[in-house]
Write a protein that binds this ligand. Structure first.
Ligand code: NOJ
Length: 542
């Protein structure tokens, strides 16, 4: 038997947008607890919670001011313990977000560091003298502007790869590392199931040399973290690593290396972008490229390391809007995406609302936007001469608020998310796209997910079997999984067009899962309908 997370499916919750129970328009822990039955019904093994720690919310919880307290809007530490316990009773583990590349500037460490340059906390962060009266280096923040912020009081700059309210921690300092491990152990002792590690590939930064990701000491730090926290536990760890290649991913996720269980790599979600241009500038997705990239990762991590599988998260557009069709083929294409992803090798992640086919929203006014990244981009590009319409279109296409609109529970006011006005607009399609409607319809996207999750848990061919691509038409993605004499064939049409495909080797077969109907199909002369996806437990005829 492999590790528990090798046959697991992890569900990602953005707590702010999941379910509000106290009527302040903001999701909370009690809301998550109230939906555990729903999550159990879906069948997921673990919940990754985006940060729930105390935070002034400059970046919605990714700016932490106290790692051992819960954000006041979300609830209390007692409720967090209750959530861990109640989830466990249902066989569900809680995966915490670990944000340790930076803290909030309202963290006590930073307050002390700034107020007193002589304090021991000064060296918890990265301070540098000006260079020729200016920023120490040219490095830019991910959210726009310089990565250096001037501190009048001391005449030095501090380093921040995200907003100026997110100062970078100095991982060179062994005391900082020790603080982080102790904090992690505090949560481990509470019975959590693992950590999702925010931008973990940035912790080995060397600003002087313009090195941000994949710094020289990164893997040394992770090995140390493993020794101090993870060794001899069953915790799952998944690192967010925008800069990972398959070789780098193996360094993190080869069990021999004693670092992490797996990483999120982002190659497939950037295929609609231009190399070296900001994410806002896009081109149509090439299915050929998508197959190539997915196949590369499946093959490269086949024997060493482990893949995470996902279409979307809280920073990305909605899966069905980005990779499928959120118009007339919304239901078919959402199910198609589920079938393709959930039968691959790796650990699948479902982002809240994906299981009911939630879509991007068409934002029409910058006042509707909450996300710091989108707001900064809007200002920056407005100044460069882009029009309001162009910018809102870019934000509606790629902005992070698409994923953060409140979860659509039912057709009542505010989509059943809250009795008060939600902190972010609800997508107007909530009257048709909601959990209540999905649960009432046996043919809904929800039940396709439910079936796929159960199938993975009970079929080793899916959790550990080999992967091979089946050559076919450009817009058709077909692959075979095989393990100990069992094989599964997956065929998916990634387009609106009917696709004729011939796979004579397999002849007539009955799919065990499909997004139109389960009638037997002649694979020697197959006509795939728009976004049609089929999966077969195959027997060869030749
Ligand atoms: C990645 C997180 O997913 C994102 O939401 C956040 O803004 C940055 N890291 C900074 O913590």
């Amino acid at each position: 038997m492999g590790k528990w997370w090798q046959s697991a499916v992890i569900y990602q919750i953005y707590p702010r947008s999941f379910k509000d129970t106290n009527g302040d328009g903001i999701g909370d822990l009690a809301g998550i607890i109230s939906k555990l039955d729903y999550l159990e019904k879906l069948g997921v093994t673990a919940l990754w919670l985006c940060p729930v720690y105390r935070s002034p919310n400059d970046d919605n919880g990714y700016d932490i001011s106290d790692y051992r307290q819960i954000m006041a809007e979300f609830g209390t530490l007692g409720q967090m313990e209750d959530l861990i316990k109640k989830a466990k009773q249902r066989g569900i583990k809680i995966v915490m977000d670990l944000v340790v590349n930076h803290t909030s500037d309202e963290h006590q460490w930073f307050i002390e560091a700034k107020n007193d340059p002589k304090s021991k906390y000064r060296d918890y962060y990265i301070w540098r003298d000006p260079k020729a009266g200016k920023e120490p280096t040219e490095l830019k923040s991910v959210f726009g502007g310089s990565a250096w912020e001037y501190d009048e009081q001391s005449g030095q700059y501090y380093f921040h790869q995200f907003s100026r309210k997110q100062p970078d921690l100095n991982w060179e300092n062994p005391v900082v590392r020790k603080e982080v491990y102790e904090m992690m152990n505090f949560w481990v002792a509470k019975g959590i199931g693992g950590f999702r590690m925010d931008v973990i590939d940035l912790i080995g930064k060397v600003p002087e040399k313009n090195i941000t990701s994949n710094g020289p000491k990164l893997h040394e730090y992770l090995k140390e973290m493993h020794q101090n926290v993870l060794a001899d536990t069953k915790l799952v760890t998944v690192g967010e690593t925008w800069g990972a290649t398959p070789d780098i991913a193996k360094l993190y996720s080869d069990p021999e290396q004693k670092e992490l269980s797996m990483v999120f790599q982002f190659e497939h979600v950037q295929l609609d972008q231009f190399p070296n241009r900001p994410k806002w500038f896009t081109r149509p997705l090439s299915v050929v490229k998508l197959k190539e990239v997915i196949t590369k990762w499946q093959v490269e991590l086949a024997d060493v390391g482990w893949n995470s599988l996902f279409w979307n998260n809280h920073d990305l557009p909605r899966a069905v809007s980005a990779f499928g069709d959120d118009g007339i083929y919304r239901v078919q294409s959402a199910k198609m995406l589920a079938i393709v992803l959930h039968l691959l090798k790796g650990t699948p992640y479902i982002y809240q609302g994906e299981e009911i086919g939630m879509t991007n929203l068409k934002f029409t006014d910058i006042a509707q936007i909450d996300d710091i990244e989108s707001k900064n981009m809007y200002q920056e590009y407005k100044a460069k001469g882009y029009s309001n319409e162009e910018l809102l279109q870019m934000i509606s296409h790629k902005g992070r608020d698409n994923a953060r609109t409140p979860m659509q529970w039912d057709a009542t006011k505010n989509a059943g998310f809250s009795s008060a006005k939600p902190w972010l607009a609800v997508a107007p399609n909530y009257q048709t796209i909601n959990v209540k409607a999905a649960l009432a319809d046996k043919e809904s996207i929800f039940y396709t997910y439910q079936k796929l999750i159960a199938y993975r848990k009970s079929h080793e061919v899916i959790s550990v079997g080999d992967y091979s691509l089946v050559e076919t038409k450009a817009e058709v993605f077909a692959y075979v999984r095989s393990y100990e004499g069992q094989s599964v064939l997956v065929i998916a049409n990634f387009s609106k067009n009917v696709q004729k495909v011939a796979l004579p080797k397999y002849q007539i077969q009955t799919p065990f899962i499909a997004n139109y109907d389960n009638s037997p199909r002649d694979l020697a002369q197959l006509e795939l309908r728009p976004y049609e996806a089929l999966a077969f437990e195959i027997t060869d005829h030749l």
